[in-house]
Every structure is written in structure tokens, then in C-alpha cells.
Design a protein around this ligand. Structure first.
Ligand SMILES: *[C@@H]1O[C@H](CO)[C@@H](O)[C@H](O)[C@H]1NC(C)=O
Ligand SMILES: *[C@@H]1O[C@H](CO)[C@@H](O)[C@H](O)[C@H]1NC(C)=O
Ligand SMILES: *[C@@H]1O[C@H](CO)[C@@H](O)[C@H](O)[C@H]1NC(C)=O
Length: 294
């Protein structure tokens, strides 16, 4: 009797020692939405709110497309290849894009780094100046389109700049913010054509490739109706230099979007881009802090 009481007490004591396991852990403050800074005026705020809502809409559909249609889907494989890990990686990218804690993630309108004056700059990630912050320059408000405009005015997913629409542009900009995908997403291709090439021939990095993810999201949203055809991709690797230069210029020429001309101007205006082998093709100069100036 005594012995069993002792055992019972010991069991209770043991239970009480273990019980904190059942106590919920503290969660950090969690923010679902990107903050729009006070430097944005009423008009800019209204436009950015719509742009962000477009962004979540596109990302949500991209994720739904992936989990519904699965890794055997031809569109999925076209952008992300056929490696085993692609499915869960791409699903995870959209999941973290949508649900990562947006505490401190900010869009601002005050040109605080003084970069908006440069020709063609529509915005930039603040890099080391403030890793959570993105500046949206005035030029963004005049020629970015909302989701309703997908497939209008000659736009094609393959032939127009990926950032033609606010939603795809902001997906790109948010990929640069380290907390959004824990820096998983990066630039492993240079444009639409090279993203497809990567998926076809060397797809290890395709699920984390910013351009592949952007193009896939644009296609999922815009549908097959305006996929278009990519400017001549540089299939011939032995003449890589001249072919990629041709692809770059035809990509600009083929696009009817006003963004294309400024993109070229912007790339030309970016000091670091000119030292890059891909100057003129892309706005990224990650070596000097990962600006995106398109
Ligand atoms: C907001 O700022 C933009 C760009 O500077 C300007 O064109 C617009 O008139 C401003 N809107 C308001 C309501 O102040
Ligand atoms: C950081 O701020 C300086 C000016 O203070 C600016 O020259 C530089 O371009 C900024 N960096 C980025 C990535 O915008
Ligand atoms: C595949 O892509 C990676 C990352 O871009 C690169 O380092 C590697 O050399 C490529 N492999 C082949 C066979 O092209």
C-alpha cells in the first residue's frame, strides 16, 4: 500500500516535471502583409495596395497550380525540370513567399537612397542599407499594369519583360528580401529563354530561380492565351557571346511594352552592370549588393 502510494507520487512528480511540454511556446509577433511606408502618399498607397493584392493573388494561384497539377505537369516541368526535389521546393517557395513573417518588410516611396533619378529606375531593393526595404520609384506608377491587363496590348509571357505587371514585379522584388524565402531564391538564369534552357538541361537550380518562378507565376495567371514565343535562345554554346548578345537585343526589339526600352536604358545606366558579362540583359548586379533597377 505504502509502496504503491510512493510509486503513484513519483509518477505524479514525473508527470509534473514533464508537463511544460504541453505548454504552448511563444510565437513572435507575426505580420501577414507588407507595410506601405508613410512616405507613400494616398495615390501611391492605393496603387501599392492593389499591386500587393495582385501579388498575393498570383502567388496563391501559382502555388495552387503546383499542388493540384503535381510534378508531372508539363508546364511545371517546362519551368522547373524533372528532378525529384523540384515539386516540394517550388511548393515551399510559394508557401514561404506567402506566409513568411512580413514584420519589417516595407515598400517606401521617398527615394531615400537617391537612386530613382537614374534613367529607367522603377525601384530597387535597399540591400545593405536596409535589407527588408524596397524603394518604389515614381516611374513605377506610370507604366506597370494590374493583373486585369494580362495579355493586353501585345504582352506575352515569353516576349515581354517579366516585370510588366505589378504582381510579377513585386514577386521579384520580394524574392530579394532575405526573410521572404530565407534567401533561397536567386538569379540562376538571365531571362525567360535561359530559364527554360536551365529547366531543360540543368534543372537543379530551376526551382529556386527567380526568373523561372516569375515566368511560371505569370503563365499560371495569364494562361496559355498569351504565352508567346521566347526570343531566339542561345542554343549554340560555342558561339555563346555573339548569340546571347543577339538574343538580348532581339528581346528588347521584339517587345511592344514601353518597359523594354527603359530596361535597356536602365541596364546601360547601371554602373556595375557594364562590368558584368551579361550587361544589357538584366538589371542585376549581385556582386555589388543585388540591386534591381528595372
Ligand atoms: C503622390 O505622389 C505622386 C508622385 O510624386 C504625385 O504625382 C501625386 O500627385 C501625389 N498624389 C497625391 C494625392 O499627393
Ligand atoms: C545605399 O545608400 C547609398 C546612399 O546613402 C546609395 O548610394 C546606395 O546606392 C544605396 N544602396 C542601395 C543598394 O540602394
Ligand atoms: C548547372 O548549373 C549550375 C548553376 O548555375 C552550374 O554551376 C553548373 O556548372 C551547371 N552544369 C552544367 C553541366 O551546365
Amino acid at each position: 500500500m505504502i509502496a504503491s502510494t510512493v510509486l503513484f507520487t513519483a509518477a505524479l512528480a514525473g508527470f509534473s516535471v514533464a508537463s511544460p511540454i504541453n505548454v504552448a511556446r511563444d510565437l513572435k509577433a507575426y505580420k501577414t502583409d507588407v507595410t506601405i511606408h508613410e512616405s507613400c502618399n494616398t495615390t501611391q498607397r492605393r496603387m501599392l495596395e492593389k499591386a500587393l493584392s495582385d501579388t498575393w493573388e498570383v502567388a496563391t494561384f501559382a502555388q495552387e497550380y503546383v499542388y493540384t497539377n503535381g510534378p508531372e505537369d508539363p508546364v511545371f516541368q517546362k519551368y522547373f525540370g524533372t528532378e525529384k526535389g523540384a515539386y516540394s521546393t517550388v511548393l515551399g517557395v510559394w508557401e514561404s513567399f506567402l506566409t513568411s513573417n512580413k514584420e519589417g518588410v516595407l515598400l517606401r516611396c521617398d527615394n531615400i537612397d537617391g537612386n530613382c533619378g537614374q534613367v529607367g529606375w522603377r525601384g530597387h531593393w535597399r540591400g545593405d542599407n536596409a535589407t527588408l526595404e524596397t524603394v518604389i520609384c515614381d516611374a513605377s506608377y506610370t507604366d506597370r499594369f494590374y493583373n486585369e491587363y494580362f495579355c493586353m496590348n501585345g504582352y506575352t509571357v515569353a516576349g515581354s519583360p517579366l516585370g510588366t505587371h505589378w504582381s510579377i514585379d513585386l514577386i521579384h522584388r520580394m524574392f530579394h528580401v532575405p526573410t521572404v524565402t530565407n534567401e533561397l531564391v536567386g538569379h540562376y538564369s538571365e531571362d525567360y529563354a535561359s530559364a527554360l534552357e536551365l529547366a531543360e538541361h540543368n534543372s537543379t537550380y530551376s526551382p529556386m530561380d527567380s526568373d523561372a518562378l516569375q515566368a511560371f507565376a505569370a503563365l499560371a495567371k495569364g494562361g496559355d492565351s498569351c504565352i508567346g514565343t521566347a526570343p531566339e535562345a542561345d542554343h549554340s554554346h560555342d558561339t555563346a557571346t555573339s548569340t546571347s548578345a543577339a538574343a538580348a537585343s532581339s528581346s528588347t526589339a521584339a517587345s511592344a511594352s514601353p518597359a523594354a526600352t527603359s530596361a535597356t536604358a536602365a541596364a546601360a545606366a547601371a554602373p556595375a552592370a557594364s562590368s558584368d558579362a551579361n550587361a544589357g540583359k538584366d538589371c542585376h548586379t549581385h556582386a555589388n549588393g543585388g540591386k534591381c533597377i528595372l
